[in-house]
Design a protein around this ligand. Sequence first.
Ligand SMILES: C[S@@+](CC[C@H](N)C(=O)[O-])C[C@H]1O[C@@H](n2cnc3c(N)ncnc32)[C@H](O)[C@@H]1O
Length: 296
Amino acid sequence: MSFVEYSEFIQEGDVAIIFLGHDSMMPIKVQQGAQTQTRYGVIRHSKDLIGQRFGTKVTCSKGGWVYVLHPTPELWTLNLPHRTQILYTTDIANITMMLELKPGSVVCESGTGSGSLSHAILRTIAPTGHLHTVEFHQQRAEKAAEEFREHRVGHLVTVRNQDVCKEGFGVTGVADAVFLDIPSPWEAIQHAKSAMKKQGGRVCSFSPCIEQVQKTCEALAGQGFEEISTVEVLLRVHEVRSITLPLPDFGPDKPLETPTDTRIPSNASVLCKTTTPPREMAGHTGYLTFATKPRM
Ligand SMILES: C[S@@+](CC[C@H](N)C(=O)[O-])C[C@H]1O[C@@H](n2cnc3c(N)ncnc32)[C@H](O)[C@@H]1O
């Protein structure tokens, strides 16, 4: 199993996602002799998982069943252990597209945080790209590096434990794109510029507050970045519902023979499927500021 390549069969040491329902999943590490407790009973790794296909429906000891899924960056974002605030798929999708990431891209990122965005970047730039990720909190940097190895993407990423605002990304002139998710991104813009290729590239900064955005835009303009733009991406999930609509009575096609003769009963109705926007939805996460470094 690797987060950047699909494997058919579950092996010892793999990460798997136990799918109990649409709103209930959990990540596990598959180990000989280990057991996982679920509300449907126990899953025995040696008997129920190792050697089975990813996607298999596994019956637990109490008779209920779960699906065992291959991990993906999307599932990891929903299930990872939170050590920090993380980025979610709505923002991540926009970031990877607007940074023009593709297989072979070299990307610099800070902070690594819980590695939610990092996993999505790694899947996009594999098999020949590289991610340089900088995190100044030592335990978070170590834990992220350990997870990247466990997820078999360690060869695609270098984790540096340093302050990006003071020491930069540890590389010069190599990055196609830079991403910042730190409290004071404006202090890292100069380092972002020097990490990027001479031919130029794209930069993105995520900030929850508009004051941070203003300072970052000023720093970007001051460093000669172009096409500076800020967006907020909101997700509106529509719910499918069944509704009953009364049938309109437009009157008879021809004159009625008696006053009580009608074609459609007055209480006639029709059952329809429709969608409704949510009354409440997840609100503001943050602003995404994008800019282009022109060719030098
Ligand atoms: C919100 S988290 C990043 C979450 C990450 N984007 C994800 O999707 O999981 C911000 C991280 O930046 C780190 N950080 C803040 N300032 C930093 C700096 N100057 N240099 C390096 N890391 C920094 C924090 O320790 C924290 O782990």
